[in-house]
Ligand binder design. Structure first.
Ligand code: ADP
Ligand code: MG
Length: 346
């Protein structure tokens, strides 16, 4: 978890837009040679490249995508960068630059926005990302953050959602469902806190879940592992909206079907224990909950030996002909059609 810095409070009017931008961006480092000009002119300048450029953007709105009641601003900044980097890695590309645009109401003092940017900076330092620009404006009420990430990859290395073939293996990184359960725990504690502000909950038995919700990571390491193992997935997507909806995206874009085996879905022991405690079905949560930011991909069967035994990867199923449809094979060997029940912002 990230620690919060102590806050005094300087109203934003006092330092003005230019002062604010300067204050927020002054400590950022530039990591990449191809960033010719970052923050400080009318536009950023990137050098030409013989690679393909990958661009992705996300808009996060207070009250829809995050709740500052349990999401500290530093964590929010960190996570806002991570969700974009995850999309770049899901193309098997290297993320290099971001722009960050914010709309802030006068309810936030300078120190709050600095806290947000300390999380953004931590993500940039951790993942070697150059902050090259953005926009700053006011909002009537909440906080809005829009981040655009730019990455690069050799044309032949880019992995789309559309390349899966029947008989390819379906593989997932890490484990699933923890971020959603972390949110459930935090929401429950927020309600307890509203009733009794002196409550000091002991959340240690949920530490992994809360960490996955408040400080997710993007799988940059996996892109490197693919290079080292000389594996190019046939299709790939990051898991932001839950396993079932991501599987259906791969099936739809690749025009294939799939068999997913319930017993193979990787779950952390804390996920299993907390599902029991909250009376939730762990498979349902893994299928339908979001924000794990793991990678879901398919590989040709001939590449199986390269990933076999690697603790980062779990084979959870295989692709089939399109007309076989997409199914979950349960522990009881029942075949159930996979339906999209992923997290939706609407
Ligand atoms: P303009 O008025 O020409 O859009 P701005 O004054 O908004 O220019 O921005 C000045 C510089 O600061 C630009 O390089 C811009 O990309 C950068 N910038 C503005 N807001 C942010 C922000 N919230 N985070 C990072 N960089 C920013
Ligand atoms: Mg501007």
């Amino acid at each position: 978890m990230l620690e919060n810095n102590d806050k005094s409070s300087t109203p934003l009017e006092k330092i003005g837009e230019f002062g604010l931008i300067k204050q927020l961006t002054k400590d950022f480092k530039i990591f990449h040679k191809n960033t010719i000009k970052g923050v400080g002119d009318d536009a950023a300048v990137l050098d030409k490249t013989n690679k393909n450029t990958v661009i992705t953007t996300d808009l996060l709105i207070e009250g829809i995508h995050f709740d500052l009641g349990y999401m500290p601003l530093k964590h929010l900044g960190y996570k806002a960068v991570i969700v974009n980097l995850s999309d770049v890695y899901a193309m098997n590309a290297t993320a290099k630059q971001i722009t960050v645009s914010i709309a802030v109401s006068n309810r936030f003092p300078l120190e709050a926005i600095e806290e947000l940017y300390s999380g953004i900076k931590l993500a940039c330092d951790t993942y070697q990302i150059d902050l090259i620009g953005g926009d700053t404006t006011s909002s009537t009420k909440g906080l809005l953050i829009s981040i655009t990430a730019i990455g690069q990859a050799n044309k032949e290395d880019i992995v789309y959602r559309s390349g899966a073939k029947a008989n390819d293996l379906l593989v997932v990184t890490g484990d699933l469902a923890a971020a959603y359960l972390g949110l459930q725990v935090l929401e429950r504690e927020k309600q307890v806190f509203q009733v009794n502000p002196n409550s000091q909950p002991d959340l240690t038995k949920y530490n992994y879940l809360i960490e996955r919700q408040l400080k997710p990571e993007a799988r940059k390491d996996v892109i490197r592992i693919f290079k080292n193992l000389k594996v190019k997935p046939t299709s790939m997507i990051d898991i932001s909206d839950g396993l079932s909806s991501e599987i259906l995206h791969l099936c739809e874009e690749s025009q294939v079907g799939c068999n997913l085996f319930e017993e193979k879905i990787p779950l952390d022991p804390q996920v299993i224990a907390t599902c029991e405690e909250l009376n939730l079905e762990s498979t349902t949560i893994a299928l339908s909950s979001g924000e794990d930011y793991e990678l879901l991909f398919t590989i040709d069967q001939k590449d199986f030996d390269k990933i076999k035994g690697n603790p980062n990867f779990t084979v959870i199923g295989h692709m089939t002909d399109k007309n076989e449809g997409a199914h979950l094979i349960t522990r009881a060997n029942q075949k159930i059609a996979i339906i999209a029940q992923g997290w939706r912002s609407f």
